[in-house]
Design a binder for this molecule. Structure first.
Ligand SMILES: Cc1ncc(COP(=O)(O)O)c(C=O)c1O
Length: 372
């Protein structure tokens, strides 16, 4: 039993960088000495490694995960007048990407147990305007891709995976980021596979989309200063690519460690109060980017833990359809009850590879005390 107060951050990036500091410093020096800081060999080499990791033919490094989604939708020709199906329970970036290309996000409820989009609810939201589905592999768990792909095939829809939170997860043994026509991911530092600053990636097996995305990320240039497309400036920079080349060799280990922590939480928090613990679909694997528990007493528990020095987060306090920015979609409170219930009850516990067993025990012990 631990009694004294221990500080437990939600995440400890300093500790994770410290472990690979000499390699990061070498990479930093190499890039500076090359004098090439934008679109050079580091990015090319990282893209090859990331395509290999994702089991796809091609990968493109871009500036961030939001851009990865925007460029993916743009290269599929999705825009004004089109509808794109997204989960009601996701980070708002998924919706923003759809809006940024001029299309309308159509929100479909998630499953109350896995928190991922409910494939059984997709078909009734499909209209003549629907062009694509964005399955978001939320919190680290792969979506039910077999069912989603079948629907896409039936209605001739494109799939853009939002794999920002689940690099390394699988469904039916196949890795996320390899199912869709085009797939987008984020290398935001807090992800299981994060850069040391912003970054994003796109994977695809299509040479056509690959070439288009290469152009779109660099102003739409066909060759230097010759533009046949109105593109973006969305390039992964050389330093981030050099860092990501180091991080990519750690990802399996990070996923394994986070899974181990998740299993300790699950074992020790089962049957505590009214807690609902994360469920993994039998065909999916989970890499626990986020360890989300649910309780009716969420706000009280969050405050209690904070007073004990334990930082938790809420993913996400306001569902997309109730965000002020999305008033124009016309949803009102009560329209998407599962997303609203998740927003009211979800709490994400600290989960990072460097968490010590003392800290983990302290978090578990504190939660048990709260419910006593
Ligand atoms: C599900 C999801 N999609 C997209 C993004 C956007 O990624 P980024 O922050 O790199 O733009 C995030 C990032 O936080 C995310 O969690």
């Amino acid at each position: 039993m631990v009694n004294k107060q221990i500080k437990v951050p939600y995440l400890d990036l300093k500790a994770s960088y410290k472990k690979i500091l000499p390699q990061l410093q070498t990479a930093f020096t190499r890039v500076l000495e090359s004098g090439m800081v934008v679109l050079g060999n580091e990015v090319k080499e990282f893209e090859e490694k990331y395509a290999q990791f994702s089991n796809t033919k091609y990968a493109v490094g871009v500036a961030c995960g939001l851009d990865a989604l925007i460029l993916s939708l743009s290269s599929l020709g999705i825009g004004k007048g089109d509808e794109v199906i997204v989960p009601s329970n996701t980070y708002v970036a998924t919706l923003i990407a759809v809006s940024r290309v001029g299309a309308t996000p159509i929100l479909v409820e998630s499953k109350i147990d896995t928190y991922n989009i409910d494939p059984e609810k997709i078909e009734k939201s499909i209209t003549k305007k629907t062009k694509a589905i964005i399955p978001v592999h939320l919190f680290g768990q792969a979506c039910e891709m077999d069912k989603i792909l079948k629907i896409a095939e039936k209605y001739k829809l494109k799939i853009v995976e939002d794999n920002a939170q689940s690099q390394g997860a699988t469904y039916n043994g196949k890795i996320t980021g390899s199912f869709g026509n085009i797939n987008a991911t984020s290398f935001y530092p807090g992800k299981n596979f994060g850069a040391i600053g912003d970054g994003g990636g796109i994977t695809t097996n299509s040479k056509k989309y690959y070439k288009l995305i290469l152009q779109l990320r660099n102003y739409g240039e066909r060759k230097k200063y010759y533009n046949n497309l109105i593109g973006f400036n969305s390039r992964l920079d050389e330093l981030q690519a050099a860092f990501l080349k180091i991080r990519i060799s750690q990802i399996d280990d990070i996923n394994k460690k986070k899974n181990k922590i998740a299993q300790i939480y699950i074992k020790n928090l089962s049957n505590v109060g009214d807690l609902i613990l994360p469920k993994t679909h039998q065909k999916a694997t989970h890499v626990f980017h986020v360890f989300c528990i649910r309780t009716k007493k969420r706000d009280l528990l969050k405050d209690y833990l904070l007073k004990k020095g334990i930082v938790t987060l809420i993913h996400y306090p306001v569902p997309g359809h109730l965000q002020e920015a999305y008033k124009n979609l016309g949803y009102k409170k009560g329209d998407l009850p599962i997303a609203e219930e998740l927003a009211k009850t979800s709490l994400s516990l600290p989960i990072y590879p460097e968490i010590t067993s003392d800290k983990l025990e302290y978090v578990i012990d504190s939660i048990k005390k709260f419910f006593k």
